[in-house]
Structures are given as structure tokens and as C-alpha cells.
Design a protein around this ligand. Structure first.
Ligand code: ATP
Length: 429
């Protein structure tokens, strides 16, 4: 089996990612995250927020609305240009990205004849209120970035930040994607982690370079292998007309290198356009010199699912008959699992419960009393739990437990009162 198929099967088997609407035959490009998938995504988002918002005094977080005034999308250029050239099959009416077909004349699904490439809008439409007419038309946001630009003045007025400063957001984005079959790499709805970093035009190159470094460091911090990552700079033709430089961070998926994150220098395009369309002054006044100008912006844009998928692919390992997700402990869904050696010995179960309750105050901990220890290790390895803690007869005598490491399978005795600190130190290291 190919690695991608193995990871997809494991994700389903162990409650990480399920195909969307499965009991109704599914819905292409949609997935539901199970109990462990939601933990993984929450850990990614939480640690990103900690690093880039809580850890950076000049970056402010917001949480904007998915449905916004449609004028935003006129100003941003999405209504006009958020499109990829598509071709439609004249027989089965399915649409495909023209630039992704090997044979531009033949439908890859049914072999039917294809139309010439056309531009279709990639935004999902919806209607506000009782009538479905042009006046009530709205869109689900195709990116989180525009919420940031329309709140630029709010942040400036509320916090008076000195330059440079950033505004960050994590949230859902929706795109009417037509290329199917890429697991969570390309979905109709996904989560973005975006920052608009507002700067003076002078010296944008240095800021750009530092964000490029931040993206690379973050990708490795989550556990993606360095040798699978590369930057690819967009050619002039590929780049949006307002961007002077765009670089994608690409990951080598089993099928080849593909974008996981984007970094763009967008000049003053967004603020200038929103100022024009809204009639509002979106300039910035330097608190010291009084100088007024429209800031330029560097935009790192990251996908949560495109973080998770490489993490799963790179952490998947098969060793001596066991499957292991070698996730970094900080990102693993459970930090540890607690077992009573035997499920039918009341004093062992009672003591194990005590340890479980204690650790639960600080960490997300799994409890397992089924089957034998070997089976429990096997199950925890598959979901990436870094440590398994067994309460045995010695525990009752000397207050120590067996702590087994996921990657080395080495076991050591640790005293119950040191467990919490032990886990904390290991997770932080
Ligand atoms: P692609 O060329 O793969 O469609 P894009 O260049 O349109 O991607 P951007 O507009 O730069 O993507 O979006 C920023 C980030 O949002 C991407 O780097 C990716 O992490 C994420 N992203 C975009 N589209 C999707 C999608 N359909 N499913 C999952 N993540 C996505």
C-alpha cells in the first residue's frame, strides 16, 4: 500500500479523519475530524497562536465573520478574479482545472469531450434573508485575510500600534474546489492561519525574508522533515499583478512537491482598494512624526489541514510489526495513556484511576483497561501517544509506575509524584 493510503486508512481506523457524509455515500472534498483529529488540529492552532500572537507583542489577534458584506469581495478583486480556468465535460458535466489535466481534450472520468477553458467563480454563494435575489447575495469567505484589512482601522484606533505591526486570524475558509481525490490537501472548507504584517514600503525585503524563515522554522517545529520542504518563488506571470514577490513553501507529498503555505508581499493593494471602495481613510499616522501613509503588507498564509497532512505522513512509521505515529509530543492528541496492569484487580484499577485523575488536570490523557498491555501499547503507538504509564503491583508498594517510551519502547520506573513534571519537561524539550 502507498504511504498516503496507509495514512488515510489509519486516520479513519483510529478516529482522526473520517470521509464527510459517509453514510450518504460521502461528499467529494469534505472530511470530518474525529476525536483525535480535532485534538491534533486544536494543538496546531493553539501552538501557532501562542507563537505568533501571544508570543509577539506587536501582533494582534481577531476572529472575523465568515459571511461579510459582499462589497469586500469586489474591493479585494475576488468577485472578478478568484477563478481558475475550468473545463467542463460535455457528457457528465463535471468540471476540472484546465491546468491540471494531462489531456485537455478528454474527460479524465468518462472520456467525454471537454469544453474550452472557462472562468468559474470559486466562492460559495448564499443569500441573506427570505428572498434569493441579487440584493441578498452574499459569499462565504474564500480566505481569512480580508477580515483583517477591513478591521485595520479598528485595531489602529483601539491599540495605536507603532509600525510594524501585524493582525492575525485563524478561521474557516471556503472554496468551490473541483479537483477531487486529494484527501485533506484540497477541501471545500478548510482552516487558515493568516497574518497581515503592516510595514513601511522601505525595507520590505528584510521583513519578507524574516517571514520566510519563520515559515520554515514553524514547519519544522510541527515535525515536518526539513528535507521534504522547499521554497518556490512564483514567476512574474504566475504572481498576482499587485505582488512584487510571492514564495510558496512546498512539501514533497508522495505525488510530488505541492504548496502548503504561501508568503506574499502585497504592497498597499488591499488597503488602497478597500479605502477606494468603502470611501474610508485607511491610512496610518505615525504617532511620533505625524506622517500619514498607507502601509504595505507582507502576508504569511498557512493552512491547518496542509500542516496536519505532512505531519501525519512524516510521523508514520512501521517498525518490527508495529505502526507508530512519531508525532512531536506537543502535538500528539494524548500526551500519555494510563493503564492498570490488570483490569480485574480493584486496587490496581483504583490506583490507576488516581494517577489518571491527577494527570488529567494538566494533560489530555488516555485511559485503557481493555485487553493485555501489548495490545494497549499497539493501539497507543498508532495514535502517537508518546508515553504509556502502567500501574502494577510494585506501584502499590513503592508509588512508582512503569513509563514506556513510544519511539524507543524503553521502560523506566518513575515515581508518581514526579510524573507530571516528567511529562512537562519532555513535552517542552
Ligand atoms: P492551490 O494552488 O493549492 O489551490 P492557493 O495558492 O489557491 O492553493 P492560497 O490562496 O495561497 O492557496 O491559500 C493559502 C493557504 O490556504 C494555502 O497555502 C493552503 O495551506 C490553504 N488552502 C488553500 N486552498 C485550500 C484547500 N482547498 N484546502 C485546504 N487548504 C487550502
Amino acid at each position: 500500500m502507498e504511504l498516503m493510503d496507509k495514512v488515510t486508512a489509519l486516520a479513519k481506523r483510529r478516529g482522526i479523519i473520517y470521509p464527510g457524509s459517509e453514510i450518504y455515500g460521502g461528499l467529494a472534498n469534505t472530511y470530518d475530524f474525529g476525536p483525535l483529529g480535532v485534538e491534533l488540529k486544536n494543538n496546531i492552532k493553539r501552538l501557532w497562536w501562542k507563537r505568533f500572537v501571544e508570543g509577539r507583542p506587536e501582533i494582534y489577534g481577531i476572529d472575523g465573520s465568515v459571511i461579510a458584506n459582499p462589497k469586500i469581495w469586489e474591493a479585494s478583486g475576488h468577485i472578478e478574479s478568484f477563478v481558475d480556468p475550468l473545463v467542463e465535460c460535455k457528457a457528465c458535466h463535471r468540471r476540472f482545472r484546465a491546468d491540471q489535466l494531462t489531456d485537455s481534450k478528454k474527460c479524465p472520468d468518462c472520456g467525454g469531450e471537454l469544453t474550452d477553458p472557462k472562468m468559474f467563480n470559486g466562492m460559495f454563494k448564499t443569500y441573506i434573508g427570505a428572498t434569493e435575489d441579487e440584493g441578498s447575495l452574499a459569499y462565504l469567505r474564500p480566505e481569512t485575510a480580508q477580515n483583517i484589512f477591513v478591521n485595520f482601522s479598528n485595531i489602529v484606533n483601539t491599540f495605536s500600534p507603532p509600525m510594524p505591526f501585524g493582525i492575525a486570524q485563524i478561521g474557516k475558509a471556503f472554496r468551490n474546489e473541483i479537483t477531487t481525490g486529494q484527501f485533506i490537501f484540497r477541501t471545500l472548507e478548510f482552516e487558515q492561519m493568516e497574518i497581515e504584517y503592516f510595514i513601511r514600503a522601505d525595507g520590505w525585503e528584510k521583513v519578507f525574508d524574516s517571514w520566510q524563515e519563520e515559515l520554515m522554522n514553524w514547519a519544522q517545529f510541527v515535525g515536518i522533515k526539513k528535507e521534504k520542504l522547499r521554497f518556490r518563488e512564483h514567476s512574474e506571470k504566475e504572481r498576482s499583478h499587485y505582488s512584487k514577490k510571492t514564495v510558496d513553501l512546498e512539501y514533497e507529498f508522495p505525488g510530488g512537491f505541492k504548496e502548503i503555505y504561501g508568503l506574499a508581499y502585497r504592497g498597499d493593494y488591499d488597503l488602497t482598494n478597500h479605502a477606494k471602495h468603502s470611501g474610508q481613510d485607511l491610512s496610518y499616522r505615525d504617532p511620533q512624526s505625524g506622517e500619514k501613509f498607507v502601509p504595505h503588507v507582507v502576508e504569511p498564509s498557512l493552512g491547518v489541514e496542509r500542516t496536519l497532512l505532512p505531519m501525519l505522513l512524516d510521523s508514520y512509521a512501521e517498525e518490527e510489526g508495529r505502526v507508530i505515529l512519531k508525532l512531536k509530543p506537543a502535538f500528539a492528541p494524548y500526551k500519555a495513556a494510563v493503564f492498570p496492569l490488570l483490569a480485574n484487580k480493584e486496587d490496581l484499577v483504583g490506583k490507576a484511576r488516581e494517577v489518571f485523575e491527577m494527570l488529567k488536570q494538566k494533560f489530555y490523557i488516555a485511559w485503557d483497561a481493555r485487553g493485555n498491555i501489548g495490545k494497549r501499547y499497539f493501539a497507543q503507538d498508532e495514535i502517537g501517544t508518546p508515553w504509556c504509564i502502567t500501574i502494577d503491583f510494585d506501584t502499590l508498594k513503592d508509588e512508582t509506575v512503569t513509563l514506556r517510551d513510544r519511539d524507543t519502547t524503553k521502560q523506566e520506573r518513575v515515581s508518581v509524584d514526579k510524573l507530571s513534571q516528567y511529562l512537562e519537561n519532555k513535552i517542552a524539550s
